[in-house]
Write a protein that binds this ligand. Structure first.
Ligand SMILES: [Zn+2]
Ligand SMILES: [Zn+2]
Length: 209
């Protein structure tokens, strides 16, 4: 297990990729597959993945950095409270907050709006939506249901740290010092299985419209 050390920026990144080259490769392949079955613009597809993953970090960071905004209060109520552990807490958090804010739904809406205005998809909306649904999926299934203890517990203790994904916490220095660097392999596997289902959904939707 590699431990994050906030004084060693470059070393942390190297350690992250030593640990996670396979997981990163899986996400890369998922992104290439979705792009292949949509517009085949691979640069745009990968750029979409990069930006939407950052939106996840930034959106979650903003919710905790500015706790007095309505959405931040909503996240606090539906996730960082006793109510957050109930079915309805989870339901509201995932369908209203997570999908539309830091999951990336907001970026998806911006991309669709820009398409209406400019006639061009500036990013790949299929890649964004695959990631967006992955966020609550990984959050609930992996971090809250199956793997204990895990680095997401750190976020529930120290709310301005471990905002995820781990790579952005490392680059943007919001990772709690001396905590383990995440092994993303299982998460990547969850996202791969979801990607395969997603490709079938894409095919079905394309037939219909
Ligand atoms: Zn959580
Ligand atoms: Zn949070």
């Amino acid at each position: 297990m590699y431990i994050y050390n906030e004084k060693e920026s470059i070393n942390n990144l190297l350690k992250y990729y030593q640990y996670n080259y396979a997981a990163s490769g899986i996400l890369f392949i998922c992104c290439i597959l979705i792009t292949f079955y949509s517009d085949k613009n691979y640069f745009k597809g990968l750029l979409s993945l990069l930006i939407v993953s950052w939106v996840t970090w930034f959106g979650h960071y903003a919710l905790h950095k500015y706790p007095n905004t309505p959405m931040a209060k909503f996240h606090k109520l539906t996730h960082h409270s006793e109510f957050g552990k109930t079915f309805w807490g989870k339901f509201l958090e995932y369908t209203i907050n997570e999908i539309w804010t830091f999951g990336g739904g907001i970026l998806w809406l911006v991309v669709l709006l820009l398409k209406k205005i400019t006639g061009v998809y500036w990013l790949n909306p299929w890649v964004i939506m695959w990631w967006t649904i992955s966020v609550p999926l990984v959050h609930e299934v992996y971090y809250h249901q199956t793997t204990k203890p895990n680095i997401h517990d750190i976020h529930h203790k120290y709310q301005l740290t471990s905002l995820h994904p781990d790579i952005w916490d490392i680059i943007l220095k919001t990772k709690k010092d001396k905590t383990p660097i995440e092994d993303e392999t299982s998460i990547a596997m969850v996202m791969l299985v979801w990607c395969i289902i997603y490709l079938f959904i894409m095919k079905l939707l394309k037939k219909r419209f």
